[in-house]
Design a protein around this ligand. Structure first.
Ligand SMILES: [Zn+2]
Length: 432
């Protein structure tokens, strides 16, 4: 995973990414958010400094990722490079592409990749150079169009003394195109000309991944760049694309803090909701589906924790020959068929004849994939549910039923289920 802190333009959907630098856009947004008090005090001193902007949004992303139990960013900090730390390797690759005829410099000094020099350009996304020639018209200014050999040629380096972020280069002080960073970082950090798996959102297939393939293969001479491409489909909200203007664009934090459903949501619930759809189908986020996710998480965690208690946390020795684990992993081996895998898990737990020690061991194995058992509640509240339960029991003992009733309502309003047990009243935090 890499952090793109330079080179993104607002028209990245064009191979030649024109428009405004996204860092300038982010600076404006950040200043507005600072004014309206959305940015914590002291988080950003100077909202015009692109490094501070990048750091602010990177930290927000990492905090959400951590809350959701995503591992990569935390266990491998060295493998989460910033594009701005890799300008030298980008310049090396551009030099190579110029030398072997895959790139050229225009009279105005701009360096482009020549798509006509790479016959496989378009293979990943199903584009042809012919339809790219037609489709690119209209959104590129006349000077750029005249400079390029083919309208599909994309930027490798742009000399621009006035740009927000700029570096010295053999082609003048300027900045790199945004595709080149990924080719360079993947090769250098993963240490291979051909990598195993490249992931990304479906919107990155073209132009971004198409351009990465052309640059990498142009530079390495290999006949592939990644053995597998896995493109995740967009998440939808109520059946529609997420949209800022329609108010249906949420961050993970918004969901945790109850800004979406009016109730705090445990990260395990959002994690389950996000992972239960197959990566090649659109996830449709709705309030109802989130509440289904909460029921599923509760069912699994209650089942696992009851077994853990019953066996005093002494899991049995277990391996993948256990029938549920075998079925679960077989489903996942079929192009990550997660719904099949979850189906196997719940079919087993609904009618389980295993000993608690075996159940606990199997749940722990499954949780290496699901990652639900150890996630921490993110909601912050001063409400002391345990104290309220004690007061409620005292009120009942004193036959002060009015106070007991008031306390019960308070506990429920704070987001708990109230259970009457032999040991007294217990409050169990609702997951969503
Ligand atoms: Zn990339």
């Amino acid at each position: 995973m890499n952090i793109t802190d330079v080179g993104h333009m607002t028209e990245d959907d064009l191979a030649d990414g024109g428009g405004e630098d996204k860092m300038e856009l982010a600076a404006r947004r950040l200043k507005e958010d600072k004014k309206s008090g959305k940015v914590p005090e002291g988080a950003v001193d100077n909202a015009d400094d692109p490094y501070q902007i990048a750091n602010y949004y990177t930290q927000a992303f990492l905090n959400d990722a951590k809350a959701l139990g995503l591992k990569v960013a935390f266990e491998y900090p060295d493998s989460m490079p910033h594009a701005t730390q890799c300008i030298d390797i980008m310049q090396e690759m551009i030099t190579k592409l110029l030398a072997n005829g895959h790139a050229y410099q225009t009279d105005t000094g701009v360096v482009y990749f020549s798509v006509e020099s790479f016959p496989d350009y378009g293979k990943l996304s199903g584009n042809t150079l012919g339809n790219l020639r037609g489709g690119a018209g209209g959104r590129i200014d006349a000077q750029t169009a005249a400079d390029k050999r083919h309208p599909g040629d994309f930027l490798l380096w742009k000399p621009d003394e006035k740009h927000l972020m700029k570096w010295d280069s053999p082609w003048g002080k300027g900045y790199p195109g945004w595709h080149i960073e990924c080719s360079c970082m993947a090769r250098t950090l993963l240490g291979a000309d051909v990598i195993d798996i490249h992931t990304g959102g479906e919107d990155l297939t073209f132009p971004h991944h198409e351009c990465e393939i052309a640059q990498s293969r142009g530079a390495t001479g290999q006949d592939s760049f990644a053995k597998f491409w896995m493109h995740a489909r967009f998440s939808l909200v109520d059946g529609q694309k997420m949209s800022k203007s329609k108010g249906s664009f949420f961050t993970a934090r918004d969901v945790f803090e109850g800004k979406v459903t009016g109730r705090n949501v445990h990260p395990a619930v959002l994690r389950y909701e996000l992972m239960r759809s197959h990566y090649r189908s659109n996830l449709n986020f709705t309030t109802a589906s989130l509440s289904d996710a909460a029921s599923a998480v509760k069912k699994f965690t209650d089942f696992a924790n009851a077994a853990k208690q019953a066996c005093h946390d002494q899991p049995a020795e277990i391996d993948l020959t256990h029938p549920m684990l075998q079925a679960f992993t077989e489903s996942l081996s079929e192009d990550l068929n997660i719904s099949g895998a979850l189906g196997e898990l719940f079919a087993w737990s609904n009618d389980c004849k295993d000993e608690p020690a075996t159940i606990w061991a199997a749940c722990k194995q499954v949780d290496r994939v699901l990652g639900l058992l150890d996630l921490k509640d993110q909601s912050t509240s001063d409400f002391d549910a345990t104290a309220a339960c004690t007061q409620l029991d005292e009120a009942r003992a004193n036959k002060d039923y009015a106070t007991a009733d008031t306390l019960r309502k308070q506990i429920i309003e704070a987001g708990y289920d109230v259970l009457t047990t032999k040991q007294g009243t217990q409050a169990v935090k609702k997951l969503a």
